[in-house]
Each structure stands twice: as structure tokens, then as C-alpha cells.
Write a protein that binds this ligand. Structure first.
Ligand SMILES: Cc1cc2nc3c(=O)[nH]c(=O)nc-3n(C[C@H](O)[C@H](O)[C@H](O)COP(=O)(O)OP(=O)(O)OC[C@H]3O[C@@H](n4cnc5c(N)ncnc54)[C@H](O)[C@@H]3O)c2cc1C
Length: 346
């Protein structure tokens, strides 16, 4: 138990989506914090994200992990955040999954009764998914940066966890200031540079998407067919996304570009203007569960491993992180890093 918990601020390292959502959660609970983020040339996942939240997954349209809990939390959280930041970034929007072909259609319709759930609405052409939508992640990060800067609690700096922190038993010193805890929200960089948590089960996945302008697609819904076509307004769309596990550079690749153009063809979008490519590395994990919790011996913590679902997972788990920090609850055991405590030496 850390004695200084309630008197000293905490230090959040990384202001991608995870660090941002955790920071707002602490802010709403009046827990004092400072936040550090590396300069823009640092490579992030969040700035490349499509930002989609979708309650079902896979070919069998199953409800995704913990969806009822996550989604009942996600809507009020982002709506409230829009109000407190005076921003507009949360966009609920229907999502349509057309049947891939006649064979898939009969396969699904034969199993409709066992597959069906409250998020699905079946039609002859495919299935509509309720409670889906997208978060304009870039906008959230930019509004939040301004908000933290206006409170004078954000610094642009790439922390070197090995040399910049003085870790004592119950507090940590950074630039002469004492903190009750340092929470690492470094995305996939943690695996490469973090001496305290880098050995956890990260499985980073590079992803690319393309922004286009076209009159060939509907602006009313997100199309999901082995990839997605996300309407941004003004006839602009994001087309995504690719997956790769062998390259973590921030260079767009011609292979990914080709893959995205093939997706556009399969969506029936033939005429379009390419605007830009975005590249990021998702902080995914081998067991597809987040990495949330506390170092077993030091006043350090982690909020990471949200893979391709940062938008829907991070608000709920920020709340869980805070509850465990305050001694009022425990993080879900599938997401808590307690599952890896045997990997930490004493
Ligand atoms: C192509 C693509 C499409 C995606 N689409 C979706 C989607 O539709 N829906 C969805 O929910 N998710 C999507 N994702 C995943 C989403 O981007 C992630 O889940 C989420 O953004 C992860 O956020 P993060 O803050 O953990 O990591 P990051 O965004 O990588 O942020 C980490 C931050 O930490 C900073 N940092 C790292 N180390 C240090 C240090 N030592 N000192 C200071 N700062 C540091 C970095 O500068 C960065 O700002 C997509 C990802 C990609 C790549």
C-alpha cells in the first residue's frame, strides 16, 4: 500500500488515446496528475485510428468481449467529455455488414436464432449493427492537449524510464517533483523501451488506412465488409485497415496501399481521389486482452494493450484502474496484469 497515494499527484506517461482517457477519468475524480507526451515525431497508434466502436465481432457476429458493460459506459463517457471539452468528436452511426456472398448468407440465416443478439437487425442484404459509430480520435487528442496545457499540467517530453525517474519505496521523483505513482501509457513503445513492463505479452500490429474523397458511397453509415469504409462528412471517407506483424516503421507501404485499393473495389467504390495514408502500430497483446494494473513491487502502473479497440475499451478500464488505485475495487482479472505477476522478479 502506497502511503502518499492521496497527497501526491500521479504522472501519466504518454498522451495517446489511452493516456488521454485515463487523464480525463482522474480529472473527473479530482485525482491530481501531470501528463507527459513525446514530441509529434514519435510514432503513435491513435493518430492513425479509424476510431470505430462496434459491439459485434467476427464472421459469426458475436458480441465482443464485455460488450454490455463497455458500451453502457462508453456512451455517457464520451458524451460528457464532449461537453467538458466543448468539442464535437463522438459520432454514433449505424454500421452495415452486407452478406459476403450467397453461401455466407444461407450459412448465417440457418443459424440466425442462435447467433441473434440485441445489437443486430437482419435484412435481405445483410445485418445492421446498432450502437456502433466512431470517435474522431485526432480531435479528442487535440482538444485534450489544449485543455491540459491550459491547466499547466502537460509537458512535451519523451521520458527515458531507465534514467529520468528516481524510484523510491513509496514515491517517485521526476524533475524534482514527487509523484505517488507513474502510469505508463506508451502504446507499443513500451515493448521496446520500458524496462519495467516491456516483457509483458505485447504483440504489436502495424496498420494503415487511406483517406479518400468520393461520391460513390453512402455518407449515412459505416460499411463493414472485410475492412471498413467510414464516412467523415463532406464526401470524405477513411478506408481501412491493414494488419502486419513484421514491420514497425512509420513508412506507408505500397502493399498496404494495394490492399486498401482492393477493399475499395470490393465496396463498389471505383471513382475516388486519394487524400492521404496514415500509419500506426496497434498496442495489441498475444491474448487480446489489455494490460492494466500495478507493478507488484514498485509505485509504477500500466494502462496499455488496447489493440484495435482502444475507443471502446479505454473508458471502462480507466474507471477500473482508478477504482483499484483508490482501493475500491479490482480490475477485471482478464485485463489485469496480475495474470503476469509470476514474470516479475522480486
Ligand atoms: C490503422 C489503424 C486503425 C485503427 N482503427 C481503430 C478503430 O477503428 N477503433 C479503435 O478502437 N481502435 C483502432 N485502432 C487502435 C487504436 O489506435 C489504439 O487502440 C489506441 O489508439 C491505442 O492508444 P495508446 O494511447 O495505447 O497508444 P498510442 O496511440 O501509440 O499512444 C502512445 C503515446 O505515448 C507516447 N509515448 C510513448 N512513449 C513515451 C515516453 N517514453 N515518454 C513520453 N511519451 C511517450 C507516444 O508519443 C504516444 O503519444 C487502430 C489503429 C490503427 C493503427
Amino acid at each position: 500500500m502506497i502511503k502518499n497515494k492521496h497527497s501526491l499527484p500521479v504522472l501519466i506517461v504518454g498522451q495517446g488515446l489511452a493516456g488521454t482517457i485515463l487523464a480525463h477519468t482522474l480529472d473527473q475524480a479530482d485525482v491530481p496528475f501531470h501528463i507527459l507526451d513525446a514530441p509529434k515525431n514519435y510514432f503513435t497508434s491513435s493518430f492513425a485510428a479509424g476510431g470505430i466502436f462496434n459491439p459485434v465481432t467476427g464472421r459469426k457476429l458475436e458480441k465482443s468481449w464485455l460488450v454490455d458493460e463497455l458500451f453502457s459506459y462508453l456512451f455517457p463517457f464520451y458524451t460528457q467529455l464532449e461537453k467538458s471539452l466543448s468539442g464535437s468528436f463522438f459520432h454514433p452511426m449505424p454500421l452495415f455488414r452486407p452478406f459476403a456472398n450467397e453461401e455466407m448468407k444461407s450459412w448465417l440465416l440457418e443459424r440466425k436464432e442462435s447467433i441473434d443478439n440485441e445489437y443486430l437487425r437482419w435484412t435481405d442484404e445483410g445485418v445492421w449493427i446498432e450502437k456502433a459509430g466512431w470517435l474522431d480520435v485526432e480531435n479528442v487528442l487535440n482538444c485534450s492537449k489544449q485543455y491540459f496545457q491550459s491547466k499547466n499540467i502537460r509537458q512535451e517530453i519523451a521520458l527515458n524510464p531507465s534514467s529520468d525517474l528516481e524510484i523510491l519505496r513509496e514515491k517517485i521523483l521526476f524533475q524534482g517533483q514527487a509523484y505517488a505513482c507513474v502510469i505508463f501509457c506508451e502504446g507499443f513503445h513500451a515493448q521496446q523501451h520500458n524496462p519495467y513492463f516491456g516483457h509483458l505479452n505485447f504483440l504489436p500490429a502495424k496498420g494503415e488506412l487511406m483517406k479518400i474523397k468520393s461520391n460513390d458511397a453512402s455518407q449515412e453509415y459505416i460499411l463493414n465488409k472485410n475492412g471498413f469504409l467510414l464516412p467523415l462528412g463532406n464526401h470524405e471517407f477513411k478506408v481501412g485497415a491493414t494488419y502486419r506483424w513484421d514491420d514497425f516503421s512509420n513508412q506507408p507501404s505500397t502493399l498496404a496501399q494495394l490492399d486498401l485499393k482492393n477493399k475499395l473495389k470490393s465496396f463498389g467504390v471505383d471513382s475516388y481521389e486519394e487524400i492521404e495514408m496514415s500509419t500506426g502500430v496497434r498496442p495489441a497483446t498475444q491474448d487480446r486482452r489489455p494490460l492494466v494494473g500495478f507493478h507488484p513491487h514498485l509505485p509504477l502502473a500500466i494502462f496499455n494493450g488496447f489493440g484495435s479497440k482502444g475507443v471502446s475499451l479505454s473508458p471502462y478500464f480507466a474507471q477500473q484502474w482508478l477504482a483499484e488505485w483508490k482501493g475500491e475495487g479490482q480490475i477485471n482479472s482478464e485485463a489485469s496484469i496480475r495474470r503476469f505477476y509470476h514474470l516479475f522478479s522480486t
